[in-house]
Ligand binder design. Structure first.
Ligand code: FMN
Length: 210
């Protein structure tokens, strides 16, 4: 892709993938790394990303996603999941990991820890859930933009039954719940959706300059 805007024009929510075209290990690794590097509020990364390639599992998932063919036909299915509990332990884990990465003692991060604790304990469970979901959608945006910039097709998907997905993928045991999907791979040469002219509001309808 020549530049980011060209990539964003090129991309579209792919409806028909070519099942014979698979991501290389390098492409898959790059998308996984883009997800890992996604920013999140407070840096807390309240997520896990499940990358499903197994055809048998994907056949089951398709039934829980209104039989949408992207679920089985794309090269890989990314399930973006949110942590159910971002609690004191999650803050501890994050602070300890940061200390290790930055090669400092955890005590040097005590003010950060205090701030994080204050922030997470001030939320109701509903607010915490909502906050976590917002972070996961940032990761979705990063994934879609990265895929487009690499000439990789994707379809973001909310049309699925999260409870059934969680069951099939055993997400309860990981302490997360599925929030949104991205089917990733390569468009079929006869995907009619590729011909649709992009439908977006005009710039002056969405960009307000003051
Ligand atoms: C969060 C989200 C959920 C979506 N869910 C689905 C879905 O379940 N199935 C589908 O075919 N498209 C889905 N879409 C695709 C949108 O319909 C599509 O992105 C939108 O119409 C704009 O078109 P474009 O992405 O092709 O430019 C979803 C898009 C987003 C961002």
């Amino acid at each position: 892709m020549q530049n980011m805007l060209e990539a964003l024009q090129w991309r579209y929510a792919t409806k028909k993938f070519d099942p014979s075209k698979k991501l290389t290990d390098a492409q898959l690794g790059l998308l996984e790394e883009a997800l890992r590097l996604s920013p999140s509020s407070l840096g807390l990364q309240p997520w896990k990303f499940i990358v499903v390639s197994d055809p048998a599992i994907r056949a089951q998932l398709r039934k829980a996603a209104w039989d949408q063919p992207q679920i089985t036909d794309a090269s890989h299915l990314f399930v973006l999941a949110v942590k159910k509990n971002v609690d004191a332990k999650a803050v501890d884990d994050f602070v300890n990991s940061t200390a290790k990465i930055r090669k400092v003692g955890p005590e040097t991060l005590s003010r950060l820890k205090e701030m994080l604790m204050g922030s997470i304990t001030s939320r109701t469970p509903d607010q915490a859930r909502e906050w976590g979901s917002r972070q996961v959608y940032i990761a979705l945006g990063i994934l879609l933009a990265t895929a487009a910039s690499e000439g990789i097709d994707a379809c973001p998907m909310e049309g699925f039954d999260p409870k059934k997905f969680d069951e099939i993928l055993g997400l309860e045991a990981l302490g997360v719940e599925s929030r949104v999907l991205a089917a990733v791979g390569f468009r079929a040469s006869d995907d009619p959706a590729a011909q649709s002219v992009k439908s977006r509001f005009a710039k002056d309808e969405v960009i307000i300059e003051r």
